[in-house]
Design a protein around this ligand. Structure first.
Ligand code: AMP
Ligand code: GLY
Length: 423
């Protein structure tokens, strides 16, 4: 098969790395890709949302499968674009339809879906500019902290958690009336605050059947001890040690099954990943969000543990026969540490030469924001390189990643040295 991966981050390098290992893969393309994907695939400089350019590429290169990394093309309907096109309809697209992608594209849609299918989640109400005063009254009925969520996609920045009631009211007004997050905050979901520890569960579904992939926990804040600004993710550990069999059984019964059954019952075409963000409150899981793709950097920790041929799994997704495959998982833990550009997640410089990648052997280096400049690899984003290591003990896996990061260098490289501190 000829396969195209859409995206340019560490997640997509990891997809390409796994797909490249499959005997089922002939030619591999990544669009637009990075310096890491360039070593194992052909990078094509087109945007993930330029559907016509993607169509031309798929036809020209006889591509049979498209794996969609980020959410934007899914929310914009890339999957429907393929199914509705006479020339593209037989291509397997790993990623849900536009309707399915609303689970990530609209917080209100996701909450309504959760409630309809009796899946445990935080109590909520949603408001618009016309109902901003009711929103403020609703805030008065809650206890702090207050959770405000922009309904639409806001590049991971649309959730505010505030201690002070007056600040919460001001921010609600900023979001609804002053469009703080643009169109994404024309609607705001106000949610009950859930107090507990977070984890993420990843599911691969063909719309009828599903496989539960390993769990992971990511570290979103830039600073040690989970302080400072939110980032795309500073590292991940898989599996999550506290997610024991009993807790996983609850997640499966109360969350995963009703989610997949709910999609099927509502005739929502969904062939792809469901990334379920959960909080463990006392002994019970509650959903805080759905994403309709894999996480980044969770993918860099989760996928290397999947021993089953990834392309084989995707083929079964395409023909809705995931129930006929067994998932084989490496029982060791994986720990991923992300190196970032100094200044990230605020302003940072690009184009810094990266050294040391070639001397790392015991860990895998996944490229996130990198590009080739002549024969040099240079930084090209906030998150630059993800280093993943394995061991039976996640603490030793982390230590291996940290030891190997010391061999890497670029000007103003930063990483968190405390991952796993909370486990
Ligand atoms: P989301 O984009 O919905 O995942 O929210 C971003 C982050 O905000 C989550 O990873 C949680 O840390 C936090 N969060 C979201 N909703 C809640 C909630 N209801 N209670 C507590 N924390 C939350
Ligand atoms: N690491 C969180 C995400 O991919 O959304």
């Amino acid at each position: 098969m000829n396969i195209l991966v859409l995206g340019s981050g560490g997640r997509e390098h990891t997809f390409a790395y796994k797909i490249k290992q499959s005997e089922l893969c002939d030619k591999l393309f990544v669009a637009p890709g990075n310096a890491g994907t360039a070593t194992i695939a052909k990078n094509i400089p087109i945007s993930v949302t330029d559907f016509n350019a993607i169509k031309d590429l798929v036809i020209k290169e006889n591509i049979n499968m498209v794996v969609v990394g980020p959410e934007d093309p899914l929310v914009q309907g890339i999957s429907d674009f393929f199914t509705k096109d006479e020339q593209l309809k037989d291509v397997i697209v790993i990623g849900p339809s536009k309707e399915g992608a609303k689970l990530e594209g609209s917080k209100e849609y996701a909450k309504e879906f959760l409630i309809r299918h009796h899946i445990p989640t935080a109590a909520y109400q949603s408001f618009t500019a016309d109902t901003v005063n009711q929103g403020k009254q609703f805030l008065d009925t809650l206890n702090p902290p207050y959770v405000l969520k922009a309904d639409g996609l806001a590049a991971g920045k649309g959730v505010l958690i505030l201690q002070d009631i007056e600040e919460a009211k001001t921010e609600l007004e900023n979001m609804l009336t002053n469009k703080k997050f643009g169109a994404a905050s024309e609607k705001v979901v106000i949610e009950e605050f859930l107090d507990g520890i977070e984890l993420s569960v990843f599911v691969l579904t063909d719309g009828k059947n599903y496989l539960t992939l390993p769990t992971a926990k990511d570290y979103k804040r830039i600073g040690e001890g989970d302080t400072g600004l939110n980032t795309g993710g500073m590292g991940a550990i898989s599996p999550v040690p506290f997610a024991d069999d009993a807790f996983m059984a609850k997640i499966e019964e109360q969350i995963i099954k009703p989610t997949v059954d709910g999609l099927a019952k509502e005739n929502i075409d969904y062939k792809g990943f469901i990334f379920i963000g959960l909080i463990k409150v006392d002994e019970d899981p509650k959903v805080i969000e759905y994403n309709v793709r894999m996480g980044d950097p969770e993918t860099e920790a989760v996928l290397p543990r999947v021993k089953t041929d990834l392309v084989k799994l995707f083929k079964h997704v395409g023909i809705q026969s995931l129930n006929t495959v067994d998932l084989e998982i490496d029982q060791r833990s994986a720990a991923t540490v992300m190196t970032v550009s100094g200044g990230y997640p605020e302003a940072y410089e690009k184009g810094k030469e990266i050294k040391g990648i070639d001397v790392i052997s015991e860990s895998i280096v996944f490229h996130a924001g990198t590009k080739l400049e002549g024969d040099k690899v240079v930084t090209n984003g906030g998150r630059v390189l993800a280093v993943t290591s394995f061991d039976n003990d996640f603490r030793i896996a982390l230590k291996k990643s940290y030891q190997n990061i010391e061999k890497l260098y670029f000007e103003r490289m930063y990483y968190r040295k405390d991952l796993g501190f909370d486990l």
